[in-house]
Design a binder for this molecule. Structure first.
Ligand SMILES: Cc1cc2nc3c(=O)[nH]c(=O)nc-3n(C[C@H](O)[C@H](O)[C@H](O)COP(=O)(O)O)c2cc1C
Length: 439
């Protein structure tokens, strides 16, 4: 699987809008991408003003397209993610000439690429969907991650590495010796490489991508550094994070749907760019559904499921909706025993520090439909005893409702009907129809 094949698969499944009207990469492309994403589609922009390179985005912003990329059913995505770190598959050297090195640009110019300035307050173009590949200076293992890059100049970009990231730990070991950290950015790789980039895993993260694909990821050595890159990616940016350099970066649309501040951030020098002939650039809107799906949903839903199934055999489904920044966990229970919804909610809350609101509903509620969940909240929650608040808990520092130490009040909500009311209050549910047959 490569990006081109995946675009074809998404299009054939009715999951992609082909945008043929010319769009401006400065704030227009991001707005149209946002509209596509909210309409449930990925996008391929065939004509980007000032460039001869198409741009794609929002490809992995829905469970359906994630399942298409994995070649499985939507209902199997959670199990595939849970298994990804259990059965790692080592990468393999690509045989023959690597597609990602069909064209080698030795004097790179980031300005030659249609890198969008996505949202209204972004101060500059940002590389957002590139998977950053760096090696642990001690073990040599490859780490995959997302580290947005604000374009500062022809061969200069910021690189955002927050304190919890493996890549930051690698750099922190080199910088005191005055050494730079070599890295590469893969734009438009096999979608499983993008999924693996979202994992927090201590081993070689190409093995996670291989496990998701069920086959080794083909890699090739970069042209200016000792980093292996995905051979079928559309574009590879090669560079090094510079010791002792910082430059102001931001604000930028964060996963919470709010802007980050502007801060001094690390700086990278770009040493080469290689790409396929007629490359496709890939991007992602900061704070959009794809950002949250990758960063806060696919790797955490299996964790949530493990915690709640540990204490209840009646769990029907779990979900971390991408429209709630990964802060809200929803669990559906099949005929819970008295008190069970509360126990399940407490278990769910413990599964991840980011979970701030847990909503437990009955199995007749479609937890993937926000309207159905709000309906359950509105009609079934007994707010006198179906609700509990936990003040003073640790949350995510980027959540605007946290205090300056990341402390927040968390809540659990039991929106299930009590057993004695189930027979009396049956849900009005119509059979599903395909409107195409009636229009
Ligand atoms: C779309 C997306 C964008 C992200 N942007 C950044 C970023 O700019 N800086 C950062 O430090 N982390 C960012 N993250 C988080 C990390 O890349 C991600 O959690 C990764 O798994 C880090 O794992 P690692 O410590 O194993 O490298 C982003 C995550 C996603 C999914």
């Amino acid at each position: 699987m490569d990006l081109r094949k995946f675009i074809d698969i998404a299009r054939d499944a009715g999951e992609l809008y082909d945008i043929r009207k010319t769009v401006d990469p400065v704030r227009e492309l991001g707005a149209v991408l946002n509209a596509c994403e909210r309409a449930g589609k990925g996008a391929l922009f065939h004509s980007v003003k000032g460039y001869d390179i198409p741009v794609t985005g929002a490809l992995l912003s829905s469970q359906k397209r994630i399942a298409l990329a994995l070649g499985c059913e939507v209902s199997e995505v959670g199990a595939r993610m849970a298994a990804a770190t259990q059965k790692p598959i080592k990468p393999q050297a690509h045989q023959g000439a690597a597609p990602c090195q069909e064209v080698k640009v030795k004097s790179p110019d980031l300005g030659a690429w249609p890198i969008p300035t996505h949202s209204p307050l972004d101060p500059a173009p940002f590389v957002t969907a590139g998977v950053v590949i760096a090696r642990d200076p001690q073990s040599g293992r490859h780490n995959l991650s997302y580290n947005r890059m604000q374009i500062h100049g022809r061969d200069r970009a910021g690189i955002s590495m927050n304190i919890w990231r493996h890549i930051k730990a690698f750099f922190d070991r080199l910088e005191p010796q005055g050494k730079n950290l070599p890295f590469c950015v893969a734009i438009g790789p096999d979608p499983v490489v993008m999924m693996a980039g979202a994992f927090r895993y201590d081993g070689d993260e190409y093995e996670v991508a291989g496990s998701l694909r069920g086959a080794p990821i083909a890699v090739v050595r970069a042209t200016t550094c000792d980093v292996m890159v995905p051979a079928t990616a559309e574009i590879i940016i090669e560079g090094e994070v510079l010791a002792g350099e910082r430059q102001m970066e931001g604000p930028m649309a964060e996963f919470t749907g709010h802007y980050s501040g502007a801060d001094p951030k690390h700086v990278a020098r770009i040493t080469a760019i290689t790409h396929r002939a007629q490359p496709i650039f890939q991007t992602m809107n900061g704070g959009g559904y794809e950002h949250v799906s990758l960063g806060n949903m696919i790797t955490r839903e299996p964790l949530l499921e493990r915690f709640v199934r540990h204490i209840s055999p009646r769990v029907k489904a779990v979900h971390l909706p991408p429209y709630a920044a990964g802060f809200t966990a929803i669990v559906a229970l099949d005929n819970p025993e008295p008190g069970e919804a509360k126990n399940v909610a407490l278990a769910a809350m413990a599964a991840h520090v980011n979970f701030k609101t847990v909503i437990v509903v009955d199995a007749d509620v479609d937890i993937f439909d926000p309207a159905d969940v709000l309906w359950a909240l509105a009609t079934r929650t007994r707010w006198d005893h179906g609700f509990a608040a936990v003040p003073g808990a640790h949350g995510n520092e980027l959540d605007p409702s946290c205090d300056e130490h990341g402390i927040v009040t968390k809540v659990i909500i039991d929106a299930t009907l009590p057993a004695e009311k189930r027979a009396r209050y049956l849900k009005v549910a119509y059979p599903a129809v395909d409107l195409k047959n009636y229009l």
